[in-house]
Design a protein around this ligand. Structure first.
Ligand SMILES: C[S@@+](CC[C@H](N)C(=O)[O-])C[C@H]1O[C@@H](n2cnc3c(N)ncnc32)[C@H](O)[C@@H]1O
Length: 234
């Protein structure tokens, strides 16, 4: 057995779905903390444009946009796209709308309140792209969400879902410990819980194989993150 296979991974500890106003950390404070991740958001957007070749005029769904920094970065890169953010937290939608308004993008980005497990408000094959960043570990039933994504995506569309991974190694853990020195105590707590709620690449493969996205995706991972994206050659 290889070394990585024998590595012990702690059991998953689920997190709740909606991120809402909290007495320890308000949405306004959380918004500022999220904004510090702009470099990561830009990298994610760059991957969607360059590697996955998002086309002009695309209708894009972002699942769990939170404060919508990724939506804003994407639309700023290409103002011809129309973006819909599906968000389960009303408090997050309030903050996201403020951010979109501050960036004068209200004509490009809108929000729908709802749970990605049931996207009956969207028609079959109605999106050119579905994207999601750091939200998958919150979903109560990822298999149901993946099947909904398969239903609403058009043929030859873009899929890009990024999240953390629970099976991070010692080196990555050390980098996390150092990074935590630069964020608030509460944010650092959330960071830990989100890692513990996330999946390993093999758990994600196992789930995806049970859905209608089977054979239409690739799973890419590095020391911190996992990315599910559609395989353009398929
Ligand atoms: C950790 S935040 C990430 C926000 C943003 N994508 C980012 O990377 O900055 C996860 C977001 O997903 C939302 N969310 C969780 N489960 C969801 C679901 N089932 N459907 C829609 N949104 C969901 C949460 O309310 C939260 O805003």
């Amino acid at each position: 057995m290889s070394k990585s296979r024998s590595r012990k991974v702690l059991p998953r500890v689920p997190e709740g779905e909606a991120i809402e106003d909290h007495e320890d950390l308000s949405m306004e404070e959380l918004n500022k903390e999220f904004k510090k991740r702009m470099r990561e958001y830009k990298k994610f957007a760059e991957f969607i444009y360059k590697d996955l070749k998002l086309k002009d005029q695309s209708r894009v769904l972002e699942i769990g946009p939170g404060p919508a920094w990724i939506s804003i970065v994407l639309v700023k890169k290409n103002p011809t796209i129309k973006l819909i953010g599906l968000e389960i937290s009303k408090d997050m939608i309030r903050i996201a709308k403020q951010n979109v308004n501050d960036h004068n993008l209200v004509n490009n980005i809108e929000f729908v309140y709802g749970n990605a497990q049931n996207m009956s408000m969207f028609e079959d094959q109605s999106f050119d792209a579905v994207i999601s960043h750091d939200s998958l570990h919150h979903w109560e039933n990822p298999i149901q969400v993946f099947n909904e994504i398969a239903r609403i995506l058009k043929r030859n569309s873009v899929l890009c879902i990024g999240d953390g991974r629970r099976d991070i190694r010692v080196g990555a853990k050390l980098i996390f410990q150092i990074a935590k020195l630069f964020i608030s105590k509460q944010m650092s707590y959330y960071w830990n819980t989100s890692i513990m709620a996330s999946y390993t690449p093999s758990e994600i493969k196992e789930m995806l194989d049970k859905t209608n996205l089977k054979n239409k995706y690739e799973i890419k991972s590095d020391i911190f993150d996992i990315m599910i994206h559609n395989n353009k050659s398929n």
